[in-house]
Design a protein. Structure first.
Length: 299
């Protein structure tokens, strides 16, 4: 087995030929272009499939890492540690959760010979620290937004604390053709612009790009700023304006994406901060709850 787990490893002697040490695995992981972050066994396969496609699209490197909260290695309030201990009844211990992720990773890896060299890094303890450690340097993080507690907490950290470009797998089976037709939900806001700029390397390889302006202003400012941004980034794409009518903006985006045979959605995620979004957020939450497509986003 060539999966090397780096968390909590003792000091090692100098590396010998043919031997892969965990510090080497971690070094490869943190410098990868695309990182599949694997907190939940249920979404391992879809995260890995999408991450592989995203890395190949830009001729970049891919890595995979498990992250998980471990109360024995956390410095936290007693209530938080108690909450983590209660999880073990339903989800098993941190080690058991890691073992399930590792088995799913190995099953995926064995299916194709070109996956043989991919190694699995591991970080358990304080989840915030683990997310920072694993994904701070990477350009794109593929991670689930739903699932077990580790998945939900890691997604929050990636988006709101690390401010990374995140690619969320669909809730069902990934259909492939990630960049066949990327639909960008556009408003001329900073968070939307940051998302498009961060995704430029992937957008440049897309077969088709459509920028969707829902409920444009009478002066056409949404369309104008969209065309200007595409021009500045050297990207070709269609810019379309439609009205939501009686539908919500989220429903309108998903209806358009389905009609246009989109393969990926790109949005600026959550205009406000996290706590305001709990009260006010609508479009991002709706899309995350209802989209059947991979979603690329940045806060």
């Amino acid at each position: 087995m060539n999966n090397v787990l780096s968390n909590g490893s003792p000091p090692r002697p100098p590396q010998q030929a043919g031997v892969i040490f965990a510090d080497h695995v971690h070094e490869v992981t943190v410098h990868a272009d695309v990182l599949a972050l694997l907190p939940d066994p249920a979404t391992v396969r879809s995260c890995l499939d999408i991450a592989q496609d995203a890395a190949r699209a830009i001729h970049g490197t891919m890595a995979a890492a498990h992250v998980g909260a471990d109360p024995e290695k956390m410095i936290a309030a007693p209530e938080e540690i108690d909450l983590q201990m209660l999880r073990e009844h339903d989800e098993g211990s941190p080690l058991k959760r890691l073992e399930r992720v590792t088995r799913a990773f190995e099953d995926w890896q064995r299916e194709r010979p070109d996956r043989k060299g991919l190694l699995l890094d591991d970080c358990r303890g304080d989840l915030n620290r683990c997310v920072t450690t694993e994904c701070h340097e990477t350009a794109l993080v593929v991670a689930p937004c739903h699932g077990n507690m580790d998945a939900r907490d890691a997604f929050h950290d990636i988006l709101f604390n690390e401010h990374k470009l995140v690619l969320v797998p669909p809730p069902g089976q990934y259909a492939g053709d990630l960049l066949g037709h990327v639909v960008i939900g556009w408003k001329p806001h900073d968070h939307a612009q940051r998302a498009v700029v961060a995704a430029r390397r992937w957008l440049a390889t897309a077969n088709r790009i459509t920028v969707l302006c829902v409920n444009d202003k009478p002066d056409g400012s949404y369309r104008f700023t969209a065309r200007e941004l595409l021009k500045q980034l050297g990207l070709d794409g269609d810019v379309i304006a439609i009205s939501s009518g009686s539908r919500s903006v989220g429903e309108t985006i998903l209806d358009f994406a389905k009609t246009a045979n989109a393969t990926c959605l790109l949005i600026g995620a959550f205009k406000h901060g996290y706590f305001l979004e709990l009260l006010l957020g609508r479009v991002t939450r709706y899309l995350l709850s209802h989209s059947t497509l991979p979603m690329m986003m940045k806060h």
